[in-house]
Design a protein around this ligand. Sequence first.
Ligand code: HEM
Length: 479
Amino acid sequence: FKRTNHGQHRQIPSPPGFPIIGNLHQLGALQHQSLWNLSKMYGPVMLLKLGKVPTVVLSSSETAKQALKENDLHCCSRPPSAGTRELSYNYLDMSSSPYNEYWKELRKLCAQELLSAHKIQSIQPIKDEEVKKVIDSIAESASLKDPVNLSKTFLALTTSVVCKAAFGVSFEETVLNSDRFNKLVRDAFEMLGSFSASDFFPHIGWIIDMFKGLQGRRVKSVQDFDAFYEQMFDLHNKEKQEGSDDFVDLLLRFEKEETVVGNDKLTRNHIKAILMNILLGGIDTSAISMTWAMAELAKNPRVMNKVQSEIRSHIKNKERISFDDTDKLEYLKMVIKETWRLHPPTPLLLPREVMTEFKINGYTIPVKTRLFVNVWAIGRDPDTWKDPEMFIPERFMDSNIDAKGQNFELLSFGSGRRICPGMYMGTTMVEFGLANLLYHFDWKLPEGMAIEDIDMEEAPGLTMSKKSELLLVPVKYLD
Ligand code: HEM
């Protein structure tokens, strides 16, 4: 890195580090927060050495735009990582595949066949049914005046919707509701979120991972998932339901038709890797978004009242909210954007790897540099946002800013070639889930709890969930 920068290039500002570990010790448990604090001293383009890996962190909307828009093609690959290699069947999935023909064709296939607006609208009956179950269960708690654990409720909701869309409705009782399946998903999230030494010390890190037992746990997690997928494929082949076209049905059809992706025919391993993306990309992010939104609403009764009035005046006395109803809820959409500004579910996006040298703010970013975009920091940048720490959805009134990847102030889904392909699925899930819970119930704090007691601490991990579970007491709105 030094050689490339020597003489002819300006040095990228960089905090001093130690030999071998570089700046690793400066990454706290909440990496986006540590990096934000460092960026206040070293600027919006900052170089860190994480173990052996040169890493550039971008912390302003302007520098994010230079990378993700003006130079996207130079930096839209992904770095190799031991954790994702195992879970992705050697990078056969969308999120960890390097930028190449295979990734381009896979992404196109998934965008058209699995995650298109048309396909997502076709799974609306699944959402309707799952949300209805949630409402019935909350109504029971309301009649007993019991608090509801909203963190768990949202996670269970998104798990059922994503799994039924992916694996089919008919296996709900036998497989998807089982403890075994829930544990599989939990373990995989843990693997992805855990610190892996081999990602920072390419030649010796695996030894540390082995001693820590991480490597063994990874292999076990993948083996368990593999067995689960095989069981699913068998069930789909044996008990094919007429007219059913869940994601597994579609992918097995592509396999049968010998569909070519990149240079390979689609195999079972490709299908497993794609399903892994759907599960790990789709479940957590939407549930986290809904939990943070409800926590902010509980903390801000004015906003809670305003969003509920909007929903209730639009829906009137209908028993169920339809998919189309949510489209008209402008203030709810602002509440969600404001939630994503302060609590982006993936605060550093997914890491990118530079493929060809380019410049940001006049600094040269060499090939193979790892790139993080600190979306969390950008959402709190006082140069962009007035009163950045305050939850004020009205800031989006009369503003064109949305989270679809063109406004670099709000990058909850990323931007450029690697932008989240599940954006429509995620957004509609969050809008629909929140609209229903806010329409059917008022929400009070548990007895003895004051607004100041709502804890907004974040939990460490690849995705940023609320550390303590959110408990609120529902009061039924209509009987
Ligand atoms: C509120 C919900 C969601 C949020 C906030 C979110 C956020 C993100 C972010 C920030 C990225 C990285 C973008 C980048 O590197 O520039 C990403 C990538 C990805 N997301 Fe999502 N996501 C959500 C829902 C979903 C859903 C529902 C799915 C699939 C069912 C999904 C699948 C993926 C995949 C496969 C990638 C990797 C794309 C690639 O590298 O080509 N996400 N998501």
